[in-house]
Every structure is written in C-alpha cells, then in structure tokens.
Design a protein around this ligand. Sequence first.
Ligand code: AMP
Length: 393
Amino acid sequence: MSHDARKARAPSVILPPATIGILGGGQLGRMMALDGRKLGYRFTVLDPTPDCPTSHVADEQVVADFSDVEAARRLAESSDVVTYEFENVDADVAKALETFSRVPQGSSLLATTQHRVREKSTLREAGIPVTPFVPISSLADIDLAIETLGSKLVVKTCRGGYDGKGQWMVRSAADVEAYRGAFEDILAAGGSDEVAPLIAEQFVPFHGEISVVVARNARGDIKAFPPSENIHVNHILHLSIVPARYPVAVLDRAVKLAHQIASCMEIVGLIAVEMFVTEAGELFVNELAPRPHNSGHYTMDACVTSQFEQHIRAICNLPLGDVQLLTPVVMVNVLGQHVDGVLTRLSTLPGNVKVHFYGKASSRVDRKMGHLNILCDDVDDALSWIDEQGIWS
Ligand code: AMP
C-alpha cells in the first residue's frame, strides 16, 4: 500500500465542521448530507446533473461526469474525507480520490463489490453461504453451468446490473439459444475482464428476502440494524417490513453473518447484505452494497440512529450510534407512478406516516421519488393501511 493510500485509510477521528465529499448526488447522498449536517459537517457533492437531490442540502456541487478524473480531484481536494453513494465508481476516479483525500471505505471494497464473481468468491472463501455459481466467459461455460448447477439458472452481468437489469432466467437450452445474442454481445464487450463478464447462479427457490445493514468504523466497532423483510415488485424494492416475519433464530443468524462480513472484509462505513431465506430457514447471501441502502430507510424514523447518521459516524471514526428499533415499521417506496396518489392524500395522512420526498425535478415510471415510513404497533396494520390506499395496487 502506498503512503498516500495508507494516509487515505488513517483511522483518526474527523471532527465537524470538516467537509465530507460525496460522489453521487441522488437520494442516498441527500439523506447522508441531511443527517451529517445535524452533526455539523459540511458537504460537497459531485454529480453530472445540476440541481441534483443532494445539491439542495450540500454547500457546493462539482458538476461533472462520474468518470471525470480532474473533477474527482477537485472534489477530493475540497473535502477532508470522501464517500460515495453508489459502488460503480470508475477505478481511475477511485485512485484520484484516494490520492488527494481520505477515502476510509477504500477502493478494494469497491473493486470487490463491483463484480459479482469477485464478491461471491470473497464471501465463499470467508465461509459465508452464497448461491452456488459459475463464472461465465464463453457460451460453452453456460452449458457447463447447466451440468454443474442444474437446469434452472439466473445468468447475470457481473458489473453494473441493478433492479433486475442485466439478468436472465435460463431454464433450458432453448433459453440459452433465445438469449444467445445478448450473451454474445456482453461476452465480446467484456473480453478483457480478468474474471468473467457473466455469472450463472443456481436458481434459489427462496421463501423470501431479507437484508441487514451493518456498520463498522476504523476502530473495528461493528453494529448491525435489525433485519428487514423485503418485498420486491418488478425487481424493485416495494416494502421493507421490520421486525421481519421470520423466526428469531433465522434473524439472529442473518445478523451474525452481517457482522462476520463486516469484520472479515474490514468494512469501514455501511454495508447492506441482501440474503435469500429458504423455506427451511437457510440463508444465502445474494448481494452486498457498500453504502446506505433502500432497505435501511426504515431506520430514519424507527431506530435511535438512522443508517445515514451511522454511515457518517463510521467514516468519520466516531463511536457508532445505537441501532435499537423503537417501533415496528413498514417502509413503502414511492415511485414515479405513486407520486400523485401520495400527494393527493398528503393533507390527510395520519401522523404515524412519515413522508420523505427526494426533491427530484422530474418523475417517471419506476423512478424512486420518495418513501413513506409507517410507524405502527403491528406491521400487519401498516400493511393493511398501504393496501387500503389503492396507490400501490
Ligand atoms: P440481484 O440483482 O442479484 O439483487 O437480483 C434481483 C432479484 O432477482 C433478487 O432480489 C431476486 O428476487 C432475484 N434473483 C436474483 N438471483 C437469484 C437466484 N440465484 N435465484 C432466485 N432468484 C434470484
């Protein structure tokens, strides 16, 4: 590790009013800045869109493309510490950030979580249960995957896929044939990928999905928020239900796995661990996100500390906040198609419904525009309330 890289990970405390630079100006950056401001930090954000959601609550915006190394250098030079709100950070940009500022999360975590094969291999080596998988570098590898994993596969791009994009269900040789064009294009474009451009995973007939958001600071303190039960619609998170409706033993195991991952990967900051739960209560880690996560938005109103404050505390090497759940809660996402319904009811919403809008200038179908945290005595009441609104049906 170079001197600069070592300096970038130095574990001293960063006190307010230090400036925190955020790469990415969407809702996650905005909510980080809102909570970080309460602690007295200042914020600079880099995002290509002027008037991006984070810019409304930051002191300064560098308007530039995410691959602009010179702009990343400007962000780093004007910040005491830099973080990011998405994991697909260009390697040259990550290097510039580490050279000219502190990046406590480090670039090796990014390199691991940017690539599904690297991520799953790292987890598997650490003894974490992951979905059985085979790296795919050629069409012949898919035949091999069918032989090894069985005929029901999920083929995914190793880089850049999200919300179900870059993903294909393969149940037969006919499916491989049907997707041949798409696979060939990705394999050709990713020919220089030193690992593999695609991954084939065994299809897990899961009962449900849960996630655990866990924080670690540079002193090695670790705290995990209560697991959230996640319901997706069209591959996009729709609901997070907390407490998750699974046996306590399953949830305890999920929290233990999250602790283990944070510890063995020496995470600094937050990491969201997404898992499948099978009918028998087995857990398989599907994906990691090295940042605050949509499934952790419930913490904003239902926990002593929000995931955003926790992230700021972790990267600044402050003591981590209490993660206790104060009340059951259901988080429901407000996508573009739900905005009118929520706005129409805004003046009559009950006081236990906490409204969060991200200040995005334009709305479109499936775009994340905000979320509601419905605080309740029993999650079934909150789920019934959501149903009764007719906004999400
Ligand atoms: P991902 O992009 O890996 O988070 O996958 C998006 C969604 O696709 C997950 O939330 C699951 O609902 C589904 N999915 C992904 N991988 C698998 C798998 N191996 N088996 C079954 N379903 C999967």
